[in-house]
Design a protein around this ligand. Structure first.
Ligand code: CS2
Length: 479
């Protein structure tokens, strides 16, 4: 492989660079004891990074499976699982080669997944399958009517073929563990959902129960569902990032990942078959995770979604650009005030949450202009994300007798954006398009119904949101 580098004299010269791999960086492979579903940039900058930093990393290898496409597994397998984490600070980049992923597998390889989950050595299953993949209905249970869930259930019942959803695949693999008698393990949900351990349990037990009650009962009784709050801003890797690794490290890496220096992992739950010493890398184990989850979901992710919709309506493309716009910043600060009022009300943990410092740190993290975190990436799957990011604050504000206007503004911005955007990436894209064909309050009500049917059932919040339309731009749909 060759690339153009600038020589010391300033002349371009073709230089052959070696490809990153274990032959270039000899590292022993740890045995697989963790199976991951959702091999993407975030898994590599977060859970795989923590596992690599753990004192007992030599005992804990990860087999990571992709989601829909095999690409990420193919690219990583070509370099024997090794990849570079580029820690991108305001002042410059630093590079670490991470070796905790010892096997990268196409998610459609059901046989390998079942084999590994059934293996007695496997102790932990981590998940980053996206918020939307849990197919949560408005009642907090698995939506068994979702088209891909219906298709996978038919397939599980027929006993033929490979499920296409991560839930279907994991249920089938857990059934293999039950048959093998390999005993309990921990499923660790690392998606941005409140109470994500319970969400994962409901989704997997719900899916299994619609197929085989025996498997559902076994999962419910045997699998430990660990809740976590995960945090590390990790934008999508670009060609320029590949070039930065070449220039900084002198090798070619086709799967580097760029992340901010900040990282955080809070976990709550049991690991019946053991776990790596993630605390060596700074992970924190707590009894009550809810305050930490809410702090992160409301303050960080909530601000992200607000910036994603408001920022794009105002012509910005990255988080740093949107935050530099006083109109967007003002909306974020107002939303944070509402969120903070309800976070501080939580019993017990309020003192530990250090909200003012957390807010100040977020402003610094979001302003890191060297991290090009694209608003379009954050804007995806809004109907699911708003349920965790805007709705709880809106509800808490209204329960306290206040309007919740700043949280409602996030929802209004999503509605305006959904009408103005050329494409809306969302599991409910069709329903959103149908709602946008309606006019006036009916449109607002139909869109709100996709996020929170109870709020859409009354008139107060519908009117509140209606009054906030067009705050960041003229709405594309006239009343
Ligand atoms: C973002 C998150 O895309 C999104 O919805 O809000 O991915 C966010 O960057 C991470 O949760 C940061 O830890």
């Amino acid at each position: 492989m060759s690339t153009e580098l600038q020589s010391a004299e300033g002349e371009a010269s073709a230089v052959d660079l070696p490809q990153l791999g274990r032959s270039l960086r000899p590292v022993a492979k740890a045995p697989v004891r963790i199976v991951h579903l959702g091999l993407g940039a975030f898994h590599r900058s977060h859970q795989a990074w923590y596992t690599y930093q753990a004192g007992d990393a030599a005992d804990w290898g990860i087999a990571a499976f992709t989601g829909r496409r095999p690409d990420a597994a193919l690219a990583l397998a070509e370099q024997d699982g090794l990849y570079t984490v580029v820690e991108r600070a305001e002042g410059g980049d630093s590079f670490t080669v991470v070796s905790s992923i010892v096997e990268a597998v196409d998610g459609a390889d059901m046989q390998r997944l079942a084999e590994l989950i059934a293996a007695p050595a496997t102790a932990v299953v981590t998940l980053t399958i996206t918020e939307a993949a849990y197919r949560l209905g408005a009642d907090g249970q698995l939506d068994r009517t979702a088209a891909d869930i219906v298709a996978d259930l038919a397939l599980l019942k027929s006993g033929n073929g490979t499920p296409s959803t991560p839930l279907g695949r994991l249920v089938l693999a857990l059934a293999a563990r039950r048959t093998a008698g390999s005993g309990p393990l921990a499923v660790v949900c690392c998606d941005n959902l409140s109470n994500n351990g319970t969400v994962a349990r409901n989704a997997l037990v719900g899916m299994a129960g619609a197929w085989d009650e025996g498997v559902a009962g076994w999962i419910d009784a045997t699998v430990s569902f660990v809740s976590t709050s995960v945090d590390r801003i990790t934008p999508r890797t670009t060609e320029a990032d590949l070039a930065a690794v070449e220039a900084g490290c002198g090798y070619r890496d086709n799967s580097p990942v760029v992340a901010e220096p900040f990282t955080n992992w809070v976990l709550s739950g049991d690991f019946p078959a053991g776990r790596p010493r993630w605390e060596d890398a700074g992970a924190v184990f707590v009894d009550d995770i809810e305050p930490y989850e809410n702090r992160k979901l409301w303050l960080l992710n909530g601000a992200h979604s607000l910036l994603a919709y408001a920022g794009q309506l105002r012509g910005h493309s990255t988080v740093a650009q949107a935050l530099a716009d006083p109109v967007c910043l003002g909306a974020v600060e107002a939303f944070w005030d509402e969120a903070e009022a309800n976070l501080s009300g939580l019993e017990g943990a309020a003192a530990d949450l250090q909200i003012p410092a957390y807010r100040a740190a977020l402003l610094t993290r979001f302003s890191n202009a060297r991290i090009a975190h694209h608003l379009a990436q954050i804007a995806m799957d809004g109907s699911t994300k708003l349920r965790m990011r805007a709705v709880p604050v809106l509800r808490a504000e209204r329960a306290a007798g206040r309007s919740g206007a700043a949280a409602a503004l996030m929802i209004a911005a999503w509605m305006d954006f959904s009408a103005a955007a050329a494409t809306v990436h969302d599991p409910l894209a069709e329903e959103i398009a149908a709602a946008n064909r309606l006019g006036g309050s009916e449109r607002i009500r139909a869109l709100l119904d996709l996020v929170d049917p109870a709020l859409a059932g009354g008139t107060a919040v519908v009117h509140l949101i209606e009054g906030l339309r067009g705050t960041f731009a003229e709405p594309a749909v006239s009343p």
